[in-house]
Design a protein around this ligand. Sequence first.
Ligand SMILES: CSC[C@@H](O)[C@@H](O)C(=O)COP(=O)(O)O
Length: 386
Amino acid sequence: MSSLPLESIIFTSEPISLKILNQLLLPHETTFTSINTIEDGHTAIKTMQVRGAPAIGIVAALTLAVDLARKHKDSYFHTPDAILSDVKKSLNFLKTARPTAVNLFRTVDDLSVLVEERTKQNDSMDDIIEAVVRNGKQMLVDDQKVNTAIGSYGADYIYDSVNRHEKKLKILTHCNTGSLATGGYGTALGIIRSLYFKGHLMHAYFTETRPYNQGARLTAYELLSDGIPSTMICDSMAAALMSNTEIDAIVLGADRVARNGDTANKIGTYQLAIVAKYYGIKFIVAAPTSSIDLNTVSGKEIIIEERPSEEVVKVAGLLEDNREYGKVLTTPRNVNVWNPSFDVTPATLITAIVTEYGVITKSPDTNEFPDLAEVLVKMKANKQQE
Ligand SMILES: CSC[C@@H](O)[C@@H](O)C(=O)COP(=O)(O)O
């Protein structure tokens, strides 16, 4: 299997440094932004220089690592307790960057527990900071493994269940769920990559994904870089595509999967699910377990981020002279805009959830997912026995 060597999060230990590929400028400019402080990390996440649920979690963890290491080098801390109180403040601030993706909150909780435990067991300041750095680096490495597993399980599931190996597949996706949105390889885009590398993909279709254009700018960039045959559609063309072309499955990512399977993902996911149901097309969510929130009972509890109207009324891109990158206004000034960044697709419209432990499907009698908490325990135990 081949994969895209697209690194969007670059962390080095000696000296400690963090750089992220600024996704606001892609695909026309490849510019890395240095993250040195908690404020830098917060800004990068909030302004979507880095985006995608897993990538947000990883960058938050690595931001804390570089921030602590820098402060420690400047002799900012005098006791481990001072580190703990600084960490709590930093994490409380980081989690205000974006509200929907659970990965950010999971990272914040895990780091809070890690530093608290290390402080309680009287670790030295060096050891506490080293543990935070190791945790961030490990998240990046683990996420790549998680994504290749999701890619492989998802590709096999679709190929086995959709047409029993009779033909190559046509897949539609939405938003960007690839290397840019994760530690590498991608979740839903990882499934498309795996289908392609296994020789099972006929064609990938992807939506432009207004307003931020994750599809047009980022997914297009990734698919073209990998040489995967693909075609972009505007979001409003999805039903027409499904009526004109035999789409075998729609694969999407997730920002937060509730315990009952309801899934928050990029705005527009819900309408794709409704059209998929009409055409009887499998609607598959690719979600690492880090995006499954067992404390959220159903999608009703998920907070949906609303973003600035500027993202809707302006599009960013290469200006006509082909040299300058900029934003153009597409509407009359002062138009009223509603800009929810995500929507919630009810579990009833989702065919399967692909995780790094395998594929979760529904009971055909009830059209309900089993309790995800119980299933995940079983899947993890099975994996350990392998
Ligand atoms: C593997 S990325 C999964 C989701 O985070 C993705 O589908 C998505 O909705 C991204 O939204 P974004 O607003 O670009 O962060």
